[in-house]
Design a binder for this molecule. Structure first.
Ligand code: FES
Length: 335
């Protein structure tokens, strides 16, 4: 792995982001939500990831499918971001074309008699859609390897953890003024914890803090202190989904680029049915404090990357192996 960091231009350049968007986010598994959030036919969840508007919807046959949230007529929007439900059709907000829940074009409202127009050619753009432990993922690349390959190391790491009936409990959003890689790299090392996160530092045994990489997953492991809400296992799935394991649930942390200099964090908490409000509040509170501290430091780093005095640095062989792995993944994916 390369010991040198990526050049700072890759963190402030709009063209670099445009390239990463297609070559990285357009070809990897993106987390959309949990199947319990769309339990009935017609229920959907929609979001925008790396400027790609995406949706997952449960069909009448109970299958969950994922599509671009884009009409095939003239690119109108189908549904708003968030969660919702429709009866039999997804209806475009622009001119009212209607799509069946499986993506077929059902009707092109008042379109007129066009000679060479076959509705079968204008179904929604379908994505690969697969689930892991009930969590829904989509991939724009029809040739991408199955999701099970990506999550295999995480599944092994969680072999002894079997949450019963996870329910969607809370979604918080945090905008950050930094490139998505600035935040992801911060997530990937524990080197800064004693300096930036005094609370987290007390919640885990940092002298036994370990970071290792297996295939396309980077793990942090640290034994939690007594009473800490964390389970001592954190993972980052390439490219930008952090899976934070608590003693009674999971927080899926989506690191979403919003342009080259903006990132949105989506924290989606899933706790076991019956988890007390107090336990939820404890887990949420500890992650919010850590996030505030991370936002402060990553925005400061981004300002310095933007300033242009710094270009290339060095990575610690002891603490920053996962950052080196991540940066190598970026190099390979964008070559
Ligand atoms: Fe959707 Fe026209 S863009 S109906």
């Amino acid at each position: 792995m390369t010991a040198q960091t990526l050049p700072s231009s890759l963190y402030r350049d709009a063209d670099a982001y445009a390239h990463e968007r297609k070559r990285i986010f357009g070809r990897t598994w993106q987390f959309l939500g949990h199947e319990s959030q769309i339990a009935a036919p017609g229920a959907y969840i929609a979001t925008t990831l790396a400027d790609f508007p995406l949706l997952a919807i449960r069909g009448k046959d109970n299958e969950i499918r994922a599509f671009h949230n884009v009409c095939r007529h003239r690119a109108g929007p189908l549904v708003d971001e968030g969660k919702g439900a429709c009866q039999d059709f997804l209806t475009c907000r622009y001119h009212g074309w209607r799509y069946a829940l499986d993506g077929r074009l059902a009707s092109a409202r008042d379109f007129g008699a066009a000679k060479d127009f076959d509705p079968r050619d204008f179904g929604l753009i379908k994505l690969q859609c697969q689930t892991w432990r009930g969590f829904i993922f989509a991939n724009m690349d029809p040739d991408a390897a199955p999701l099970s390959e990506l999550v295999a190391p995480l599944e092994r790491a969680m072999a002894g953890i079997d949450f019963k009936q996870l329910v969607f409990t809370r979604h918080t959003t945090h905008p950050i003024k930094c490139n998505w890689k600035t935040y992801a790299e911060n997530y990937l090392e524990g080197y800064h914890i004693p300096i930036v996160h005094p609370g987290l530092n007390a919640a885990v045994d940092t002298s036994r803090y370990e970071v290792d990489v297996e295939d396309n997953v980077a793990f942090h492991r640290a034994p939690p202190s007594d009473g800490a809400p964390v389970a001592g296992l954190w993972a980052l799935l390439w490219p930008a989904l952090a899976v934070n394991v608590y003693t009674n649930g999971i927080m899926m942390e989506r690191i979403c680029p919003v342009g080259h200099g903006q990132t949105r964090l989506d924290y989606m908490y899933f706790f076991q049915d019956g988890t007390s409000q107090l336990d939820v509040a404890k887990a949420v509170a500890s992650s919010e404090v850590t996030t505030e501290e991370d936002v402060m430091i990553t925005e400061a780093v981004q300002r310095n990357l933007d300033a242009g005095a710094y270009d290339i640095g060095r990575l610690s062989p002891r603490h920053e192996g996962a950052v080196a792995w991540f940066q190598d993944c970026v190099r390979r994916a964008t070559a």
